[in-house]
Write a protein that binds this ligand. Structure first.
Ligand code: DGL
Length: 268
């Protein structure tokens, strides 16, 4: 049975979940985390809902073996299609990133016109649209998949001509809709915040789903009375392939390279 000193599990398709991990570390310094990035099967974004569900269940089972007190699904694509299934198989509470982001967007919008960007899978699932329509009735929601933002972020193209061109390609149409809030519905997009904000204009509020999810995780821990009073050990980050690349690219996501990366056998 997990208790207050048990770790929090974080599941992602690969490295992008580090944006969520980073926020969780800032907000919850007393907690211990076990991260799993399914790098052998990354990316999840272009895959079918059925396959993403299957992958997510395998990842969750691995993390549940650590007796985690909470399972955070950092990957937007997995959260958008697999959350119900994960809650069925999980003995521990599951936090996704969709509802927190949707809540934050519904809270901040004044015009009632909200944009959502994410992977092809996240947008196709309609998950953000469903949640926002319930939370803020009558809201107009415009969704656009932006798949190229993911490799751009991992290659360190945060700024400059290339990401700017891609951002215009995806976002110019959205800008014309007159939205005042844009949900960054993918783990990687916070790294491109500057360029996205430049294209959308500074009157459009960018909702960082990693920040929203970390805040909800903190709330849930205190609500359930399971927040840890002190750190009970070091974090471990597991990957299913290419730990060296994870270590190198982690610097872009965290500001420093992560060393304690352990490769496990892929669930193939
Ligand atoms: N983690 C994914 C997400 O947030 C992006 C990367 C992928 O496609 O696997 O949707």
């Amino acid at each position: 049975m997990p208790d207050r000193s048990s770790p929090i599990g974080i599941f992602d398709s690969g490295i992008g979940g580090l944006t969520v991990y980073r926020r969780l570390l800032e907000l919850l310094p007393n907690e211990r985390f076990v991260y799993l990035g399914d790098t052998a099967r990354y990316p999840y974004g272009p895959r079918s809902a059925e396959i993403v569900k299957r992958f997510a269940v395998q990842g969750a089972r691995f993390l549940l073996d650590f007796d985690v007190k909470l399972l955070v699904v950092a990957c937007n694509t997995a959260s958008s299609v697999a959350l119900d299934t994960l809650r069925e198989v999980s003995s521990t509470p599951v936090v996704g990133v969709i509802l927190p982001g949707a809540r934050m967007a519904s809270r901040v919008t004044k015009s009632g016109r909200i944009g959502v960007i994410g992977t092809v899978g996240t947008i196709r699932s309609g998950a953000y649209k469903r949640e926002i329509s319930v939370l803020a009735k009558g809201t107009e929601i415009y969704e656009v998949p932006c798949p190229l933002f993911v490799p751009l972020a991992e290659e360190g193209f945060f700024d400059g001509e290339i990401p700017e061109m891609v951002a215009h390609y995806y976002l110019d149409g959205l800008k014309e809709k007159g939205i005042d809030t844009l949900v960054l519905g993918c783990t990687h997009y916070p790294l491109l915040k500057r360029v996205i904000s430049r294209v959308m204009g500074n009157r459009v509020y960018l909702v960082d789903s990693a920040v929203a999810a970390a805040e909800e995780t903190a709330d849930l821990l205190s609500l359930k009375g399971i927040a840890s009073p002190e750190r009970s050990g070091e974090d471990i980050l597991y990957v299913t392939d290419a730990p060296e690349r994870f270590r190198t690219v982690s610097k872009l996501f965290m500001g420093y390279p992560i060393d304690n990366v352990v490769k496990i056998e892929p669930f193939l």
